[in-house]
Design a protein around this ligand. Structure first.
Ligand SMILES: Cc1ncc(COP(=O)(O)O)c(C=O)c1O
Length: 364
């Protein structure tokens, strides 16, 4: 097996032991909280990681693209939630997939409900609810929300799975108390709305919530039946700043090489740019703004206090210190999901040894 030192850069490294510990930790947490875990695989887009999650008890998976759904369906995953408002121009693909596996769709508009009800195949459908994030989802206090739930519950070709939310506003933090507040707001909004619907005689089989920061703080999920965290598989620097994890819990890093450093300059350039790390500028609470942190020592999880990526162009990364050309650096990304989506494969590593290579399904 080759060592990390022999890999061409930029390279995406996935630490197998850290990944394994993260997956076990969340599986245990879901068990303790009394909810099913349906991990969001958009973070890794990788069949092998999905299999590890399934072996640890995941009940189905969540995807963000139809390409992820197709790839996982082709590898024996037969219960898939596409947690994205249905795209009208992709309904033929939806129909084909729904004939092969249990495909669960998400809607928040009468147009989408009508389109699915008329597709001519029996479909499972969640009603997407806005739990305070204000991105997509019906307002649970509005009469429109109840009307849509009624239509889903009574449409002869649809199976109403229940209500689904994503607490993306937990990422704002900045304190752990505020993350907890967002998580509790999601739980209370969803449990309350499920109760309202049930009082009106509408059967709500399941209540699905989730984001990684919320799952890292919440200690009571009464009224919820399922959670869908994704990022926890890898974690990243944003999660470190939010208090979800420590640096040693981050499983995904980018290996890069310094390719330019001019005499007298106070900076250097490496070969990891925006197409290796994305342009995610990280969390506003970072002590120093940066596009990626550099490990001083990966094994102990210590980050360099004075060297970080200060800006990225397409393939260039600008470093805040004048490192010699040829030096190799290991970068902790701000956002692991977007970083993984920049690469075709993970180099799976244990210590300094590359033990495997796993494909990333980043088609759309
Ligand atoms: C609908 C939905 N559910 C679940 C998640 C998982 O969130 P996280 O990656 O914070 O765990 C996301 C992430 O964007 C999402 O959009």
């Amino acid at each position: 097996m080759p060592g990390i030192a022999e890999l061409p850069t930029p390279a995406l490294l996935l630490d197998l032991d850290v990944l394994d510990a993260n997956l076990r930790w969340m599986a245990d947490r879901a068990t303790q909280l009394g909810v099913a875990l349906r991990p969001h695989i958009k973070t890794h887009k990788c069949i092998e990681v999905g299999r590890l999650q399934r072996d640890l008890g995941a009940r189905g998976v969540t995807v963000s693209t139809l390409a992820e759904a197709s790839a996982f369906a082709a590898h024996g995953f037969d219960d898939i939630t596409w947690a994205f408002p249905v795209i009208p121009s992709r309904l033929e693909e939806v129909r084909a997939l729904a004939e092969r596996v249990t495909l669960r769709l998400v809607v928040d508009s009468p147009e989408a409900v009508a389109a699915l009800a008329n597709l001519g195949v029996r479909l499972h459908v969640w009603l997407k609810v806005d739990c305070g994030y204000h991105r997509a989802g019906v307002d649970p206090a509005s009469p429109d929300a109840v009307r849509l739930a009624e239509r889903l519950a009574t449409a002869p070709t649809l199976e109403f799975d229940g209500i689904l939310s994503h607490s993306g506003h937990a990422y704002a933090g900045p304190t752990r108390a505020e993350v907890r507040h967002a998580a509790e707001e999601e739980r209370d909004t969803m449990a309350g709305f499920a109760g309202d619907l049930r009082e009106r005689g509408i059967r709500v089989p399941a209540v699905s919530v989730g984001s990684t920061p919320a799952m890292c703080v919440i200690d009571d999920l009464t009224g919820v039946t399922e959670v869908r965290p994704g990022n926890y598989a890898f974690f990243d620097y944003t999660q470190v700043l939010l208090g979800s994890c420590g640096v040693r819990n981050c499983a995904l890093t980018v290996l890069a090489t310094v390719i330019s450093s001019q005499p007298g300059a106070v900076h250097a350039v490496c070969d990891a740019g925006a197409l290796a790390l994305s342009k995610d500028g990280g969390h506003p609470t970072a002590p120093e703004p940066g596009m990626g942190e550099i490990f001083a020592d990966y094994e102990t999880g210590s980050l360099s206090p004075d060297t970080r990526l200060t800006s990225l162009s397409q393939e260039h990364g600008r470093l805040s210190a004048a490192l010699p050309v040829g030096s190799r650096i290991r970068i902790l990304p701000n956002h692991s999901c977007l970083t993984a989506a920049c690469f075709d494969a993970y180099h799976v590593v244990r210590g300094d040894t590359v033990v495997d290579e796993w494909r990333i399904r980043r088609e759309r």
